[in-house]
Ligand binder design. Structure first.
Ligand SMILES: Nc1ncnc2c1ncn2[C@@H]1O[C@H](COP(=O)(O)OP(=O)(O)OP(=O)(O)O)[C@@H](O)[C@H]1O
Length: 364
């Protein structure tokens, strides 16, 4: 297996930057998810790594060897990059083993050697025993594993997954997530996994690269993305964080700062060295909010909607100081708040979104 390094990669179509100045260092054996809303440049990034597109700027290295830069591009078939697509594109008239071994046959690999490689690849994806089946007689998850075996048989230096679970139903998705995680643990394959599904990315990846309008918005572990989003985009995109305008009243001390939000003062977590400023924003999530008791400080407002969500109420709260800025949070239990009810909300924790936006955790 090999690592992958993107340095200041840009891809321009006409005068539009589909990928802009992206630098990511994927270490050997790492599982990196590339996550972002539709049109943010995920597929373009994957196509650049695979060699289907040429970079407009920057360079791409696989295992330390440059495969794309301004001077030229190594063709896809010479990059030893395996790709698993969302539509598995298996040959219906071939058995599982024939599908997996097709590229070896085309390359005239010796029969006994080809069989050994096919058996090995099938074992890696836990399909030993299904070698003689045809794709029609397999479940969606098994077909996806055949597609994975077919790419592994060529001994790729890294494997790209292009939304591989997008066509599967919810239950199968969950079990395939477990299988991909087990596969990665077992084999130590370097994986770049494109998805727009954040729970999938969170469950699988060592680190996640969040893309926004072609740029890298943040590169961090799933936990860091959730607890320390680097920008408003990441804060609101990941687990629907609530972004609120804030004034920073004090300099950082012990990882915390005092802020004023909608007329209430609160202490929130922040990055080292962050300091006072008039225009900032914080990210809060349900666990950061409490209903204030009698006589306690808080943000006054009105419940505009309360929807039962099974075990919890989803409350849309309009603060009196800024009624247009709805704060949506979950309240455990199922009664006590109706539309129009007055409420005082207290911010007990949160994250001060850093001054200078992106911070990307590269490997040294
Ligand atoms: N060949 C092309 N010519 C012109 N524009 C393109 C081309 N390929 C992609 N784009 C544009 O680049 C942007 C990024 O597209 P891309 O397919 O990489 O996004 P994505 O994040 O994969 O989206 P989705 O999740 O919807 O597949 C889009 O605005 C798209 O229209």
């Amino acid at each position: 297996m090999a690592g992958l390094t993107l340095s200041n990669v840009t891809k321009t179509f006409g005068d539009f930057d589909a990928v802009k100045d992206v630098s990511i260092d994927v270490r050997d054996g790492e599982f990196l998810a590339v996550l972002g809303p539709s049109g943010c440049g995920k597929t373009t990034l994957l196509r650049l790594v695979a060699g289907f597109e040429q970079v407009s700027g920057g360079d791409i290295r696989i295992g330390g060897k440059t495969v794309s830069d301004a001077g030229g591009s190594v063709p896809p078939e010479k990059r030893r990059v395996g790709i698993v697509f969302q539509n598995y594109a298996l040959w219906p008239h071939m058995t599982v083993a024939e599908n997996v071994g097709y590229s070896l046959k085309v390359a005239s690999v010796d029969k006994a050697e080809a069989k050994r490689k096919v058996d090995e690849a099938l074992a890696l994806v836990d399909l030993t025993g299904l070698a003689d089946r045809r794709p029609a007689n397999l479940s969606g998850g098994q077909r996806q594993r055949v597609a994975l075996a077919r790419c592994l048989v060529a001994a790729p230096s890294l494997v790209l997954f292009d939304e591989p679970l997008a066509n599967l139903d919810v239950h199968l998705r969950a079990s395939m997530e477990d299988e991909f995680a087990a596969f990665h643990k077992r084999t130590g394959t370097t994986i770049v996994y494109i998805t727009h599904d954040q729970s999938e990315a969170m469950a699988l990846a060592d680190r996640i690269a969040v893309m926004d309008h072609g740029r890298l918005a943040q590169l961090a572990t799933p936990r860091e993305l959730y607890t320390e989003p680097a920008s408003e985009m990441v804060a609101s995109f990941i687990a629907q964080g609530i972004v609120l305008p804030a004034k920073v009243l004090s300099a950082e001390e012990g990882g915390k700062a005092r802020v004023e939000v909608l007329g209430q003062e609160a202490t929130v977590r922040c990055r080292a060295g962050d300091g006072p400023r008039a225009a900032a924003s914080i990210c809060v999530r349900t666990p950061d909010l409490e209903i204030a008791g009698e006589g306690e400080p808080g943000i006054d407002g009105t419940v505009v909607r309360a929807v039962y969500k099974g075990g919890a109420l989803r409350i849309d709260f309009a603060p009196a100081a800024d009624p247009e800025r709805l704060i949506s949070f979950e309240y455990p239990g199922h009664e006590g708040f109706e539309e129009g009810a007055r409420l005082r909300l207290r911010i007990v924790s949160g994250w001060l979104i850093p001054r200078n936006g992106t911070e990307n955790r590269q490997y040294a």
